[in-house]
Design a protein around this ligand. Sequence first.
Ligand code: PSV
Ligand code: MN
Length: 425
Amino acid sequence: MIIGKDIIDQYNKVGVENFNSDFDFLQNKLTRSGANVSEIVNKIADFQVAIPSWALGAGGTRFGRFSYGGEPAVLEQKLDDVGLLHALTHSAGAVSLHIPWDIPSDVSALKESAKSHGLVFDAMNSNTFQDQPGAQKSYKFGSLNSVNEDSRAYAVEHNKEVIRIGKELDSKSLTVWLADGASFPGQLNFQTALSNTEKSLKEIYADMPEDWKLFIEYKPYEPNFYSTTIQDWGTSFMLANACGERAFTLVDLGHHLPNTNIEQIVATLMYKGKLGGFHFNDSKYGDDDLTVGSIKPYALFLIFNELVYGIENNKNNPYPAWMIDASHNIKDPLEDLLQSLEAILIAYAQALLVDQKALKTAQLNNDVVGAQDILQNAYRTDVRPLLQAARLQTGAALDPIAAYRNLKVRETLISERGWAKATGL
Ligand code: PSV
Ligand code: MN
């Protein structure tokens, strides 16, 4: 299924009158307070978030999985799904592939298809947390950290293979997330595990083309429940520094212990020019992979406030790579991703409204009440008309979920593809 611009334009006619009055109201209000509304709308329109190939089907838990009809069965269909999201929002202009699930059989056809959807290939992801059928070495007791030299070499070689595939697709980065760790005290020598990981990452880093970046993800626990070798941002930061200037830390919102101050981590990494990538999701307890903004929208706003500050002030930090890393167990995956995209852009737009000059003055005067008010004024603004303005400007749908339902996208996908199960997590 392809959603053409003419269909969206047609659909937008229904809501444009309401939009105009909502937008005028907000524009007047924001202009009065000194905001540059058209600049903000342009920034929202430019913001692109990568969609991971493994999040387009129904997710599951270890207790089961409830299939959602019309899931993409092959890589080409995954790209088509991201294409649908991008047509509806104009903010999902990239796809992130996971090898070995997404090995292309016809590279040039795949690139052609990406181009036709207006997509680029974002970070490539390696997988050394599972043994694949026919695997010659096992990752059961670790991969890049393994005490077994053969397993380590096998995992390094896999990452090199991912780089090779990524090069063909014009991707420019590799994300490494390791499940490596220990389930029980005494199982691993922490220092040996860390030093093996460092050596392996350096080998992978050395294999990357000059214009590639390496993103090192961290996570405190799961699937190992006693220790994870790259457990936190500090460990990732240390390893990134050891690898070199094109290695960076990747922050996944779900990869923190409860109540961790993630916005402060963002600020610290950007100050040092080492925040490379970002995985959005939300959580109540652990790595719950819930829809972005569904549980802690204020925390998301505070994180975006630091991101916006860092993008503006830390020119030593490269522009971060954005991706949604969520799982959809009971919702239609595409609707869930549309909700996540909306939540990301809302938090971004609110952060763009923060009066940075006034905030600085309040901080210098130790005006705690004033500083809080400045942040909360921005957070409490209903910025949705700004998102709609950006979408109208780029030819996307005024209300993507309503359009998705109206155009009967899921029903069409089910009739086209049936009930095959998507590959992925
Ligand atoms: C596992 O927690 C995880 O969600 C990581 O965040 C990776 O980014 C993703 O899986 C895919 O490997
Ligand atoms: Mn992640």
